[in-house]
Design a protein around this ligand. Structure first.
Ligand code: NAP
Length: 423
């Protein structure tokens, strides 16, 4: 498509209805034809990748639905801009707007350095109780990968977001609190702990474990996936990660009898073939899981894990399909979702129109699917894949591909928009 064609696609939506809020009713999203979706453009490279993503999403929606549907984007303040303008890193109005609008998208935010300031991403997850960090990991042809067969990787990680060692309950070695706690554990509970140890607490609850495993199972059932694997280190941490596994099996027996089957039943009753409409629940110990996702990626599909395991696995799997520059993600609870680029602010590249918008645009594609605009999601996904397959890529992929034509962030967006019509 010529440049005039791109411009036409980018302006065709004028005249559509006024924006309205997405609602959550009876456990389902109700999405108007013109939903208002708040966005945080983010710090560092955030504005560059946001501008490109907004253009690609708007064009895909226009291409798919003509003027009938469009997104009314609403900017929200957070991060460095918020700190400069209103003296706060994450204003209460921003949190409230996300709560009220149900679906939002964000670029990366700087973690403020200095005493007492938590990571903005962690704060956002905790304040909104976004208990599931969802990371689809799928190969896009043409992205350089260290794997021999990266196309076999197609997994979705559901990482618990609120518990585990991430609760931030820890004491420095030698502090009064650490000494007192060590003395209590030694004397009252009978487990000898050195008085000069640093200490941390790993809280994991039945409620927290069940809701992430349930979310993974619901996703697997809704998307025709074959299995959900609980990844845990329960052989060592029996009452936290071991309990995660036990709570998972008990949940399935209680709520999913007939729809979710065990690995044993898979072999005994179904000859190793997952029957249509059913999902197999497996569990794997964390260390072997890291081997298996590399050696036998085909056997893994949806993965449910506690917070720390999920953190490690998300980046390890992202590396298999080309790194965090191309890894989408979302933080969700029931009826509330914030889609986000999974990489950081890469400040040395800020305002250079240089970096890869892939992570953010793939997150936007997840968002389109989540609001039920699957056709637009697939159109954009196909155009993105075609652009990369044609070798039109940003610097990060260009430096790994001899056949590539390196383009700027904005040029990459234009190349994707040009290819929308063909999909
Ligand atoms: P980073 O911003 O992710 O950057 C690390 C490197 O990754 C970059 O130097 C670049 O590699 C590559 N990279 C990242 N995004 C890319 C993109 N879109 N396209 C191409 N390459 C990309 O990690 P960081 O330097 O450790 O963190 C910087 C800041 O971001 C910190 O304040 C951190 O707290 C914050 N952070 C925020 C989030 C979030 O908001 N979700 C997540 C992580 C970090 P090359 O140098 O090799 O080109």
């Amino acid at each position: 498509m010529c440049q005039k064609g791109v411009a036409a696609l980018e302006t065709r939506v004028e005249g559509a209805a006024a924006g309205a809020r997405i609602q959550y009713e009876g456990g389902r999203l109700a999405v108007p034809e013109v939903p208002i979706i708040p966005y945080i453009e983010g710090d560092g490279i955030g504005p560059d990748i946001w501008r490109a993503t907004e253009r690609m999403v708007d064009a895909a929606v226009a291409q798919t639905y003509g003027g009938r549907r469009r997104i009314e984007w609403r900017p929200l303040l957070a991060g460095e801009r918020a700190h400069a303008e209103v003296g706060e890193w994450l204003p209460a109005d921003t949190l409230e707007a996300i709560r009220a609008h149900r679906v939002a998208i964000k670029g990366p935010l700087t973690t403020p350095v200095g005493g007492g300031i938590r990571s903005l991403n962690v704060t956002l997850r905790q304040e909104l109780d976004l208990y599931a960090c969802v990371r689809p990991v799928r190969y896009i042809t043409g992205v350089p990968s260290p794997m021999r067969k990266p196309e076999l990787v197609d997994m979705v990680i559901f990482r618990e977001n609120t518990e585990d060692v991430y609760a931030g309950i820890e004491w420095r070695a030698g502090s009064e609190a650490a000494r007192r706690l060590a003395a209590f554990i030694t004397e009252e509970l009978g487990n000898p702990v050195s008085l000069d140890a640093g200490l941390g607490v790993k809280p994991m609850t039945q409620h927290g474990s069940e809701r992430i495993i349930r979310a993974a199972i619901e996703y697997a059932l809704a998307h025709g996936r074959r299995s959900v694997t609980m990844m845990h280190k329960g052989n060592i941490m029996k009452f936290t990660e071991g309990a995660f596994r036990e709570w998972g099996y008990a949940l399935v027996a209680r709520e999913y009898a007939g729809r979710v089957i065990s690995e044993q039943a898979l072999w005994d009753d179904f000859g190793g073939e997952v029957p249509a409409g059913k999902v197999v629940l497996k569990d794997r110990i964390a260390d072997i899981m890291f081997q298996q996702v590399i050696l036998r990626p085909r056997e893994y599909d949806v993965i449910a894990c506690p917070n720390l395991n999920g953190d490690y696995l998300s980046d390890a799997l992202a590396a298999q399909v080309g790194g965090v520059g191309m890894a989408p993600g979302a933080n969700m609870s029931d009826g509330l979702a914030v889609f986000e680029a999974t990489h950081g602010t890469a400040p040395k590249y800020a305002n250079q129109d240089k970096v890869n918008p892939g992570s953010l645009v793939l997150s936007a594609i997840m968002m389109l699917e989540y609001i039920g605009w699957g056709e637009a999601a697939r159109t954009l996904d196909a155009a993105l894949a075609a652009t990369i397959a044609d070798g039109v890529v940003t610097y990060d992929l260009a430096r790994l591909r001899a056949d590539a034509r390196e383009v700027k962030t904005s040029e990459f967006a234009s190349a994707v928009i040009e290819r929308l019509a063909a999909h």
